[in-house]
Write a protein that binds this ligand. Sequence first.
Ligand SMILES: Nc1ncnc2c1ncn2[C@@H]1O[C@H](COP(=O)(O)OP(=O)(O)OP(=O)(O)O)[C@@H](O)[C@H]1O
Ligand SMILES: C=C(C)CCOP(=O)(O)O
Length: 255
Amino acid sequence: MTTILKIGGSVLTDKNRVSVAKKDAISRIAKEIGEGASPGLVLIHGAGSFGHHQAKEYRLKDGLDDWSIKGLWPTHSAVTSLNRMVVDALQISGVEALPVNPLSDCVLDNGRIEHLCLDVIRMMLHEGIVPVLHGDVAMDRSKGVDVLSGDQLVPYLACELKADRVGIGTNVDGVLDDNGNVISKITPGNMSEVNKVLSGSRGVDVTGGMQGKIRELMALAESGIPSLVFNAEKPGNVVKFLKNDLKEGTIIRGD
Ligand SMILES: Nc1ncnc2c1ncn2[C@@H]1O[C@H](COP(=O)(O)OP(=O)(O)OP(=O)(O)O)[C@@H](O)[C@H]1O
Ligand SMILES: C=C(C)CCOP(=O)(O)O
């Protein structure tokens, strides 16, 4: 049983202040993962304020030039420091977790994953270790460099590892309509309606907020793998998701 869980940077960090972690949220989520995880879990986390501010300042999405090249290390360094906090918290909660840094593992072409070395992830899973990936900067065959969102890692890994379950924990109850109500199901049939209410993030974000997430998840749904967007700020929701017991959120499916 393979489960892909992404925890958004909005849950783990304060997206309005540069490199500010929500330490209590990180340890709560690590405890919930310790309580609910079964073998086959792959964890991905977003960058939040440990990456989006830096990527914006150095214009990393515009590709490589004399300015953006100076931003590669500050951005990677920030997001790997968040990754270290997450992995440390997981270890303290009794989860055998190890980092997998996309900058060293992945090649992009025009912003899309061309290749990601899965061997190390498969070997970790085989040994009962939870690989912890994250949004990152990555080398790009066409642009020199680009920002790789954890939201793109989710469908890539879900397809390659033939995931049974996919969850995206963020800081809202799901995809919300104009009245703030949760849209319980998104399918190709209501996608054009849903598109009207999708936008970016409230915080600093270079990877598209909810709009970017749903674009990735709808492509995944169309290839046969549904996913659930849920609120990971609500204590207990991560455990419930991991135990297949979560009844809240937005399901994105292909039918
Ligand atoms: N229709 C919508 N329903 C819900 N949230 C929406 C909607 N449109 C835009 N958003 C925004 O999307 C945000 C969630 O996306 P965001 O990328 O900030 O989260 P994240 O994945 O937790 O963070 P990160 O990208 O750092 O990992 C919400 O906090 C909200 O501000
Ligand atoms: C901004 C950087 C470096 C990565 C973004 O990843 P995301 O927060 O998962 O979208």
